[in-house]
Design a protein around this ligand. Structure first.
Ligand code: B12
Ligand code: SF4
Ligand code: SF4
Length: 371
């Protein structure tokens, strides 16, 4: 633990490496419901994901680490500034995968050295392989899976990134943590898109994190209004958890919010071309989604802003080369300009649309603005 702390981890505990209790059944039920949406990689890897030994047949222990990324300010404050973007806490600076992976490798090397003369095999993971990190962290006693399904810690609330080292060393396991949610249901009630069909179960297809990060195609129209100005991920269910009163400010500088990502103006983000997008988000997790998905999200936020001054930003994107951006621009415009103005724009522009899904956006937006 001393070495883990010195490397920047806030908690490090050990679990046995067997399959987490009920994980196979629960993962199977979640996939059978289609709750994973378009994340086909979750279904493709299901068999391996349910059992750590599929990744390392001789694994006896898993060293689980947590890194606190507690924010300096209430992350929900950004939701009130409708002309600006709300970016989830985890994505306001460097990609946590990159930050944690290097440190995990160092911790693994330390484990190998400490075991000598015994020979130790180690493999490190931070959301990089099919491994169920949350139930393993709960078994190691780092926290428990709350009703929002994420791991909650009595010391850090909801703000912990997880990482894992699988090893064939038989290390002494720590006792597991028990559930401390009690009768609370704050996270379930806070979800803007009603993504929890039941406590401890998330329908990713309705989750803003999925819709803004994982979903490649157009965001379903019915869910767009509830997204508000959240353009990358969502923190609502995490932020309302009462256990956050014990949370501390994260100590990793690379994860502290960049000033320009605290509440960037939507208008600036909508106009980023590919080169500007890559430069602005170099080293950030946001870069992974690419410009098309990102500007699509920004346009949904513009449509939700209620600010007619942003209609020009949507109008500028009607001719974008990417159909996802054009489609979201049509939707945003219809919500910002009056019925007659939209009808005039549609008369001039809709007929030239070659993409079937965008043509459908024109038709549906016209229908809705006529109501
Ligand atoms: C797929 C995925 C997503 C998907 C689906 C999320 C989900 N809950 O499954 C989407 C894109 C929506 C997502 C969003 C987010 N994610 Co994510 N995601 C993952 C990933 C890759 C796999 C999770 C998984 O296995 N899901 C499958 C489901 C079936 O498993 P589960 O969530 O553990 O479900 C359990 C419960 O449903 C429970 N259960 C079911 N029925 C019942 C009934 C009872 C009574 C009980 C007690 C339990 C129970 O059993 C299941 C199995 O343990 C992990 C990394 C990893 N490799 O583990 C990161 C991970 C979970 N994500 C993480 C983060 C930070 C987020 C976001 C906060 C990002 C953001 N700000 O936008 C949001 C949070 C949304 C939320 N409320 O979950 C962190 C969470 C850290 C933590 N402290 O828990 C992880 C661990 C990545 C990491 N290495 O740090 N994510
Ligand atoms: S991350 Fe947001 S949308 Fe997803 S479950 Fe939590 S509150 Fe709901
Ligand atoms: S908000 Fe309440 S129900 Fe949700 S995880 Fe936190 S303690 Fe559990």
């Amino acid at each position: 633990m001393a070495k883990a702390r010195a490397l920047g981890f806030d908690v490090c505990r050990i679990a046995t490496a067997d399959s987490p209790a009920l994980a196979r059944e629960r993962l199977g039920a979640w996939l059978a419901d289609g709750a994973h949406g378009d994340m086909a990689w979750m279904a493709d890897t299901a068999e391996r994901r349910a059992d750590p030994r599929a990744l390392m047949p001789d694994a006896k222990s898993v060293v689980m680490v947590g890194m606190n990324y507690g924010p300096a300010e209430n992350p929900l404050a950004a939701l009130a500034r409708k002309d600006c973007a709300a970016i989830s806490v985890y994505a306001r600076n460097r990609d946590y995968h990159d930050v944690i992976k290097g440190k995990l490798k160092e911790l693994a090397a330390h484990l190998v050295a400490a075991a000598r003369p015994e020979r130790a095999d180690v493999k490190v993971f931070v959301d990089t392989a099919p491994l169920m990190e949350k139930p393993l962290a709960a078994r190691a006693g780092i926290g428990w899976q709350g009703k929002h399904t994420n791991l909650v810690s009595r010391s850090f609330g909801s703000w912990l990134f997880l990482g894992a080292i699988l090893t064939d060393l038989a290390l002494d396991p720590d006792p597991p943590e028990t559930d401390h949610c009690g009768s609370c249901r704050a996270c379930l009630d806070a979800c803007p898109t009603e993504a929890f069909p039941a406590p401890y179960r998330l329908d990713a297809r309705r989750c803003i994190s999925y819709l803004t990060i994982e979903l490649k195609g157009p965001i379903p129209r019915a869910l767009r209004p509830a997204i508000g100005n959240r353009i990358y991920g969502c923190d609502d269910c995490l932020a309302v958890c009462p256990w956050n009163k014990y949370a501390a400010l994260g100590r990793e500088a690379k994860l502290a919010a960049r000033d320009d990502l605290a509440a960037p103006p939507l208008e600036d983000l909508a106009s980023l071309d590919d080169a500007a997008f890559r430069t602005r988000f170099s080293g950030s997790p946001i870069r992974r989604v690419g410009r098309a998905r990102f500007v699509r999200n920004v346009l949904v936020a513009i449509g939700n802003s209620g600010q007619t001054s942003l209609a020009g930003a949507a109008l500028d994107r009607l001719g974008d080369e990417d159909p996802r951006i054009r489609g979201a621009a049509v939707w945003a415009l219809a919500r910002l300009v009056g019925r007659e103005a939209f009808a005039a724009i549609a008369a001039a522009r809709a007929g030239g649309e070659s993409d079937a899904e965008v043509a459908q956006e024109w038709r549906e937006s016209q229908r809705e603005s006529d109501r």
